[in-house]
Design a protein around this ligand. Structure first.
Ligand code: HAM
Length: 441
């Protein structure tokens, strides 16, 4: 068998491909990116792009040494003369904050809203909705601790998923407090779990040592049983005064805007940089365990990356593949991409070059394709239909001599004779009558 793609990766394919799923359709990814761009840029976000690999320190210090990502899931980059000092990015936030610091983006008006889309890499156990290369849309706001920013950030996420047509989504909102609140909570969990350490899984034990809070997020069924048995108090019960007041204000803004959410008192995110507001977006059709989106505030991250001054930040990211599974479950239909407006073909070999010239001129106005070989009329129409063309221009010697084109509308069968010099005006007229998304772009 020919060489296969690596496990946990997917090809994104053109429409018409056999075995096409929504989550492997290139046009579906394009639809998500463009929808997100429209909603986020209307709110003042600008696109940023950062490298797909970063210095290992950015990822290790940014994402945090107690996380599964850093402990077990990093793709290390080796190349000649280097010994693994770089990591394929498992997420975007650490790289964005690194870029903010390195490029002096503090000079820009605050709060600075940034967004990006692109591939992320985690060496996970592969299952449905859990890939090794997946794609995120990521949104970050830097330079403000204002709870109004938290609420706006969550509200924008809801706007994006609604614009994508999702219905059964739920925001689960919590707060993981300030570092001292988290320390108090971790101390409480350490005291609670230590007497039962032998009942914890290996993973649970490692978590108890490094960051007890992460036990709550563990997947081993035995650990979950123990958690239920011990009646563990949630993180929210440990919020200090400042974090609690901040959280109340975030909620008040969301309530005022009618942004629906459920309080999840025990929310534990899988990355170390979070502080205060944290949330996930879940979808009933995709299963409770896997979030479509995760986000939160990360006011200490810039300092972890070596900044002298704190740079408060907050943001979220969703996985496009998971979102597509949810869209499929909600019956969202993403329209087929358009075929060409015009398909040009020559009836004789001597006119193929002329047909190509006509087609290339028509591209000033709309998508146009041409036949690379002379064809009989019946074959031209069959070919044009397969390509989903709207109009066909057949070129024979008469057309070349008279400088005219016979243009046929494939839907109605109507034929129009168009002087060649008027072709662009004719096509513009057709577009104005029935614009298509591609040609309107
Ligand atoms: P995260 O929760 O690790 O957060 O990932 C966000 C989303 O990426 C998940 O909800 C999921 O949809 C998708 N995702 C994660 N891992 C996989 C995978 N292996 N396969 C498919 N999809 C996956 C972050 O990445 C943070 N950087 C979010 C953030 C931005 N927080 C603040 N700013």
């Amino acid at each position: 068998m020919a060489i296969q793609r690596p496990k946990g990766t997917q090809d994104h394919l053109p429409d018409g491909s056999p075995k096409l799923g929504l989550d492997t359709r290139a046009a579906a990814f394009q639809f998500i990116r463009e929808t997100a761009r429209r909603v986020l840029e209307r709110a003042g976000a600008q696109q940023i792009d950062t490298p797909i690999f970063e210095d290992a320190e950015v990822i290790k210090r940014g994402v945090g040494g107690s996380t599964d990502i850093v402990r077990k899931e990093m793709f290390t980059v080796y190349y000649f003369g280097d010994h693994g000092g770089f990591i394929l990015r498992p997420e975007a936030t650490a790289g964005v904050v690194r870029a903010y610091l390195q490029n002096g983006l503090k000079q820009l008006p605050a709060p600075l809203k940034l967004w990006l889309h692109g591939p992320m890499f985690r060496a996970e156990n592969v299952q449905k909705g859990r890939l090794r290369q997946f794609h995120q849309v990521d949104y970050e706001v830097l330079g403000s601790t204002d709870p109004l920013v938290d609420a706006e950030t969550i509200s924008l996420l809801v706007d994006v998923v609604r614009a994508l047509g999702l219905k059964q989504v739920k925001v689960k909102l919590g707060s993981i407090g300030d570092p001292e609140d988290r320390e108090a909570y971790n101390a409480y969990l350490r005291d609670l779990f230590t007497p039962h350490v032998d009942r914890l899984s290996d993973d649970g034990r490692a978590r108890l040592e490094r960051n007890p809070m992460r036990i709550l997020d563990g997947k081993a069924p035995g650990d979950q049983e123990l958690i239920a048995e011990l009646g563990v108090k949630p993180m929210l019960a440990f919020l200090g005064e400042a974090a609690r007041a901040h959280f109340e204000q975030v909620r008040a803004h969301l309530d005022a805007w009618d942004v629906a959410y459920d309080i999840d008192p025990s929310i534990v995110r899988g990355l170390d940089y979070y502080r205060r507001t944290a949330w996930e977006l879940h979808h009933e059709g995709v299963g409770a365990k896997s979030a479509l989106c995760g986000g939160g505030r990360y006011d200490g991250l810039a300092q972890e990356l070596g900044s002298k001054d704190p740079v408060p930040g907050i943001g979220w990211a969703f996985g496009m593949e998971r979102l597509l599974l949810a869209m499929e479950a909600d019956g969202v239909v993403i329209p087929e991409s358009d075929g060409p407006l015009l398909y040009v073909a020559a009836l004789d070999d001597s006119n193929v070059g002329y047909a190509a010239t006509v087609a290339m001129t028509a591209r000033q106005v709309a998508r146009t394709e041409f036949a690379y070989k002379a064809m009989k009329p019946g074959n031209v129409f069959r070919d044009a239909e397969r390509r989903r063309a709207r109009f066909v221009a057949l070129i024979g010697s008469d057309e070349v001599e008279q400088d005219t084109l016979t243009v046929k509308n494939l839907a109605t069968g109507q034929q129009t004779t168009v002087p060649t010099r008027d072709l662009l005006a004719f096509l513009k007229g057709q577009l104005a009558l029935t614009p298509t998304p591609l040609e309107n772009a």
